[in-house]
Design a binder for this molecule. Structure first.
Ligand code: SAM
Length: 288
């Protein structure tokens, strides 16, 4: 991978430009300047981004770069940049590459010695995290969870003992099911936040326990519309390793029917207690 001292002298620049996630006034003056001065704007959806370009009275020609053509198109764009073109990469909203296309292009451009310059700005991830009230010093961004419930639960289970704040993108038609699954895996009392329609007219930022949040969203169809970031507090470090009397009782019942590993895994899912701690307790209970 090239560093900035290895850039090719005659090549153009690839600008990775963040655009608004709802409120057009969030487009930075620097982004406007770059979009207006490059040779081409590579957009995820040229029709969608055409409106933003029109809003800024920018006439730079656009080309489409999306998940279906990126692999094939990126090498050609890198060749164009090596010949001197500068390109601005934008996505439909927010920061490109954050659950959006652009990875192949940035990777290839850097490998070829094309200078890659960030033009920072909005991202739903940081926007939601900054107002969530959850710890922000350490967090995990998980992007979109799998659409199917079984796969989603599997992914959530892998995150069960995670102590950092968790951030997910979620679609409005899956938010109810997703909150249900979070409740089952992380426990009803875990704190969480739904950040919906950020920077837009119906912006809503609502925090509660997973149990109450799931109920609130499922009772109000308006909360099942628009764009959503879901944030879940990480597991408290002390809490997660303490096998509570209730957790031990559940573990004992499960051990009557299941092998140790499975019983510990299920007990962790039900109680939110660390799986390893439960496994070790199960071993001792069996020995006794
Ligand atoms: N690259 C974008 C970014 O940096 O914000 C994210 C693109 S991803 C394909 C789209 C997802 O981001 C949405 O499904 C939603 O989860 C989240 N999102 C985008 N805009 C949002 C908004 N205004 N309010 C809440 N979530 C938003």
């Amino acid at each position: 991978m090239m560093d900035s001292s290895q850039v090719s002298a005659n090549s153009g620049i690839l600008y990775v430009v963040a655009t608004p996630i709802g409120n057009l006034a969030d487009l930075s003056p620097r982004a406007v300047e770059v979009l207006g001065s490059v040779d081409r704007v590579a957009a995820e959806d040229t029709r969608h981004s055409g409106k933003l370009m029109q809003y800024c009275s920018i006439q730079t020609p656009m080309l489409a770069l999306h998940e279906h053509n990126e692999r094939e198109r990126a090498p050609r764009l890198v060749e164009d940049m090596l010949k001197g073109w500068s390109i601005a990469l934008i996505s439909d909203a927010g920061t490109p590459l954050i659950s959006d296309p652009g990875f192949n292009l940035v990777r290839l451009a850097r490998e070829a010695g094309v200078q890659v310059v960030p033009i920072p700005g909005p991202s739903a991830l940081i926007c939601a995290l900054s107002v969530s009230g959850l710890p922000t010093d350490r967090f995990v961004f998980e992007g979109f969870l799998p659409a199917k419930s079984s796969a989603r639960r599997n992914r959530l289970e892998q995150l069960c003992g995670e102590t950092r704040s968790l951030v997910f993108f979620e679609s409005s038609h899956r938010i109810v099911d997703c909150l249900q699954d979070c409740q089952v895996v992380f426990g009803a009392r875990r704190q969480a936040v739904v950040a919906r329609e950020l920077t837009k007219q119906f912006e809503t930022i609502h925090s509660d326990t997973l149990e109450k949040l799931a109920q609130w969203v499922s009772d109000d169809p308006n909360q099942q519309k628009g764009e959503i970031v879901l944030l879940v507090q990480g597991q408290a470090e002390t809490e997660s390793h303490q096998v509570t009397p209730e957790a031990e009782r559940i573990l004992l019942v499960l051990l009557e029917e299941l092998p140790i590993k499975k019983a510990a895994k299920l007990a962790a899912r039900i109680t939110g207690v660390n799986k390893r701690a439960l496994y070790e307790r199960a071993l001792r209970l069996k020995e006794a």
